[in-house]
Design a protein around this ligand. Structure first.
Ligand code: UDP
Length: 445
């Protein structure tokens, strides 16, 4: 670590994750990669001397006001709106109570409790910018997903994100002192679609828990999960929603079985419903039945990480057919566990998977192409084994420790710029951010 950065290491930061808690089981509802990201980076930041306090909306009256997630990592449950029954799309109505409660909680502690605010997803960014102004500390923001990008590649039947979200994202992007992007592609999208200043973007790839996701014995993993040793197994892991496109895998499997009915193929779908469309209970089961392969598809509810590693090891291939992924943690976790990935060539998956070496990237979502790619992998065990070994090496580049180091560099830059720009003079709410925001609006209209 450079001497310059250690001077600017924040002692304690506030992390905002309004719509989903890092303590929730990922793989269903609104809980996914962002939860895993927030928790794991917090643990690594705390190990490096930066305490982390994560604010998230309380979704049950049973939750304690504060919970310790790990040494140096607190989760503060903020009461804002009803505990249950509030859809993610209704959350903008609760941002004011959420922000008020965050500010009140801070006011109850020592003044100057936090050195920096890091907001995740645009809803948190809206809270972050006001907190930043009040606390006079820099705001770092990670978008995780962008509505304009999602809307440009919608799955059939998926609902577009409303224009109000794009407006909200633009405001946050204009206000943040620094932006963290998962990949160079995302950085370009921030600039091209949202007018972000390229000099204020840091590209910091996410990671995987490489101590947990390691290669292991496939037979043992299958036995532990009650899966047969003599089948070809393709796994899908993630939230069941149109964007994630598990139906693409089910259709490709049906096509392979149509071509070759005696093929011993099993599709393993791990995860729970999220949102609308495919999320309707039984929609995927019905699809498999309509395609005549109901007996070849096994569904498992969301699994904790120590079970998930067995899923990855048990599979011959892990499929990630998403219409869009800002990164795709599942792809890295599967590769770290020694399993090649068959992924759609979209978004961050081009970074997460090394095409032809640690897996294959398929352009588009057409059934024949997916069936061909699946067969090309499954029917060449020597190639699968080579790819599995390369996948492990490739995944080693993506550790949470590495991500935390990147975040600390971004925080140091944000703190240095903040001091240089504002000096000891109090920040007046709505100075540079508002000016940037207005410049953006002028350019838009
Ligand atoms: N996950 C999990 N259990 C499950 C399914 C998924 O813990 O049954 C986790 C998975 O390990 C990964 C995350 O959920 O870390 C999904 O992240 P990804 O980036 O692949 O997708 P996102 O949910 O962010 O769209």
């Amino acid at each position: 670590m450079s001497e310059r950065r250690s001077e600017l290491l924040p002692h304690r930061i506030a992390v905002l994750s309004v719509h989903t808690s890092p303590l929730a089981q990922p793989g269903t509802g609104d809980a996914g990669g962002m939860n895993v990201y927030v928790l794991n980076t917090a643990i690594e930041l705390a190990r490096r001397g930066t305490e982390v306090e994560i604010f998230t909306r309380a979704t049950s009256s049973e939750l304690p006001p504060v919970a310790e997630a790990a040494p140096g990592v607190l989760v503060r449950h903020v009461v804002a709106g009803p505990f249950e029954g509030l859809d993610k799309h209704e959350l903008p109505t609760q941002l004011c109570p959420f922000t008020a409660e965050v500010l009140r909680q801070e006011a109850r502690h020592l003044p100057g409790h936090y050195d920096l605010v890091h907001s995740h997803y645009w809803l948190s960014g809206q809270v972050g910018w006001l907190s930043r102004d009040r606390w006079r500390v820099p705001l770092v923001h990670t978008a995780h997903t962008l509505a304009a990008v999602k809307n440009a590649a919608l799955a059939e039947g998926d609902t577009p994100e409303p224009e109000t979200r794009v407006i909200g994202e633009k405001q946050v992007i204009a206000e943040a002192d620094r932006l963290v992007a998962n990949t160079g592609d995302e950085a370009r999208q921030l600039v091209d679609l949202y007018g972000a200043d390229a000099h204020r973007i840091d590209v910091v790839p996410p990671g995987a828990d490489l101590t947990r996701y390691r290669p292991g014995d496939k037979r043992a993993a299958r036995a532990a999960m009650g899966l047969r040793a003599d089948e070809q197994i393709v796994a899908f892991v993630g939230r069941i929603q149109p964007l994630k496109a598990p139906d693409v895998l089910v259709r490709a499997a049906a096509e392979l079985l149509r071509r070759e009915p005696s093929r011993r193929l099993r599709v393993l779908i791990v995860g729970g419903p999220s949102g609308t469309g495919l999320a309707r209970p039984d929609a995927l089961i019905e699809l498999a039945a309509d395609l005549g392969i109901a007996d070849r598809v096994t569904f498992l509810p969301p699994q904790p990480a120590d079970r998930l590693v067995q899923v990855y090891r048990a599979a011959d291939v892990v499929a990630v057919p998403s219409y869009n992924e800002s990164f795709g943690l599942v792809a890295i976790e599967a590769q770290a566990s020694g399993t090649p990935v068959l992924a759609a060539d979209v978004g961050g998956l081009g970074t997460a998977v090394r095409h032809g070496e640690s897996g294959l990237l398929v352009p588009g979502h057409r059934t024949p192409e997916w069936a061909d790619a699946l067969a090309a992998l499954l029917d060449d065990p020597a190639r699968l084994a080579r790819m599995g070994a390369t996948a492990v090496e490739h995944a080693e580049r993506f550790s949470w420790a590495h991500t935390a180091e990147g975040l600390l560099d971004s925080y140091a830059a944000a703190m240095a710029e903040f001091r240089a720009q504002r000096g000891p003079i109090a920040l007046l709410a709505g100075d540079t951010g508002q000016a940037r925001s207005q410049a953006l609006w002028r350019r838009r209209t």
